[in-house]
Design a protein around this ligand. Structure first.
Ligand SMILES: [Zn+2]
Length: 452
């Protein structure tokens, strides 16, 4: 399921500027793209002596070309960067360069500034554009706070020395993994040229990662020393890049752009994938089903094709029909929290014999992997409510609100849950924790407004 989720830093709610475009930015979640990006990134992190599990990888739904490191070990990639990079080598080059900033601790100052302004760092949790469209206005506020936060984050400019050192480190990491640094060189050379034409100035990435011709010269020299410049991308990497492009373009671009890039005459899997997603986005059920069924015929074992079919059917209100594709997706790719959440959503919505209980189990499993997934918490609240477990449902709603940065609602629901939860249980302790944390945030906010 490709959908946007939003992560918000709660304190920013105190200083909202409501004029910002609400849909401009947000975190995009997609199990398949995340798995691909992990496959691209983890070997580079290991080559840098970092532990992949400790390094967060976040995809931001933003058409501008940008990537940055924030909050210590968190790499952020804009969808605009992925769409604009033409080869796996270029994207990996940028990832390796950002990894160079992490291993060189160049983000330290920015991370410290951010920690000060947002206290707990990223309070991550969110719901998507889909939820917004379905009328969840409180999410709008969290979204705007989030977009502000991200803008503030990407303002930190690296020094020329840091840029050069990240370039050199990037080549070393690619060399250690036996991969070509050609994409890295190409990426910077191409945009250096555009910068000369004063075009790159509109790309955020080059405002925070200044380019200089001597820097690019020494990057090329170092890259050529590796003797790996001609190592080609693998078939697998190329196919993965095509999948990411197809999904992001299908999901984020208007149909006219999708059909320019993927005309009906193109019967390749990525083209069908992009058209299926685009049809879903433009509410054309018939077309979406034709394309996804074609894909399933070509590759019946692809869990993400089943996932997409489940999402299409669910979103068109065909709850019963959405269950089998979602079940199959989980069967083919077990332990994928996002797939489990989609399956849970379908069976909870059906609400037949044992459905709600099974949905609850799936959600609890996925919340172990992603304790800050607000969408899973809101589905869990539904499942608990359907079972008459009112106070537990209220606690789940408090969790959901907390993770999208809605302090007022998190506070109210945790206080309600406290009224009825068993004393001295982990659930009661959690409800009290949320109440206490949100209480002090609300007081800070009140002080903030009084002080203005
Ligand atoms: Zn840089």
């Amino acid at each position: 399921m490709l959908r946007s989720f939003f992560k918000a830093a709660t304190l920013a709610l105190a200083s909202l500027a409501l004029s910002l475009p609400a849909m401009a930015q947000g975190f995009i979640r997609d199990a398949e793209i995340e798995a691909i990006l992990r496959e691209y990134t983890d070997p580079i992190l290991e080559a840098a002596g970092l532990i992949p599990e400790d390094v967060g990888l976040f995809l931001i739904g933003d058409p501008s070309l940008n990537a940055f490191v924030a909050g210590g070990q968190r790499i952020h990639l804009n969808t605009g960067l992925i769409i604009r990079t033409e080869t796996p080598g270029q994207l990996k080059g940028v990832i390796a360069h950002e990894t160079g900033h992490i291993s060189g601790a160049h983000g330290a100052r920015r991370a410290a500034d951010f920690a000060k302004s947002a206290r707990s760092g990223y309070v991550s949790i969110g719901l998507g554009i889909i939820a917004l469209a379905a009328g969840a206005p409180e999410l709008g506020a969290a979204l705007i706070a989030n977009s502000r936060q991200l803008t503030a984050l990407s303002f930190f400019t690296h020094t020329r020395a840091q840029e050069s050192s990240a370039d050199q480190a990037a080549v070393t990491f690619l060399e250690r993994t036996g991969q070509s640094p050609a994409g890295l060189v190409e990426f910077f050379e191409e945009f250096r040229y555009q910068e000369v034409l004063s075009e790159a100035r509109r790309f955020e990435y080059f405002r925070t990662h200044p380019l200089a011709s001597d820097r690019i010269r020494s990057l090329r020299a170092r890259a050529e020393e590796t003797g790996l410049m001609d190592v080609p991308a693998t078939e697998r990497e190329l196919a993965q890049m095509a999948v990411m492009h197809a999904k992001l373009i299908g999901f984020l671009e208007p149909p006219v752009v999708v059909y320019q890039r993927y005309p009906e005459t193109d019967t390749s899997e990525p083209a069908r994938y992009a058209r299926a997603i685009s049809a879903m986005q433009s509410v054309d059920l018939g077309k979406a089903i034709i394309e996804i069924d074609e894909l399933l015929e070509i590759n019946p074992e692809n869990p993400y094709y089943h996932e997409l079919k489940g999402q299409i059917l669910f979103e068109f209100g065909k709850i019963e029909d959405s269950i089998e594709p979602n079940r199959r997706a989980v069967e083919l790719a077990p332990n994928q929290p996002l797939l489990m959440i989609s399956y849970a959503r379908s069976i909870i919505a059906r609400g037949g014999e044992g459905d709600v209980e099974q949905g609850e189990t799936l959600l609890r499993q996925s919340l172990i992997a992603e304790p800050d997934n607000a969408f899973a918490w809101s589905e869990l609240a539904k499942a608990l409510d359907k079972q008459g477990r009112r106070y537990e449902a209220q606690l789940a709603t408090a969790e959901r609100s907390f993770h999208i940065g809605d302090v007022v609602s998190a506070n109210a629901f945790s206080l309600r849950a406290i009224q009825g939860l068993e004393p001295n249980t982990p659930l009661m302790r959690r409800a009290r924790d949320i109440a206490a944390v949100t209480d002090s945030r609300l007081k800070e906010n009140r002080r903030y407004y009084r002080g203005r």
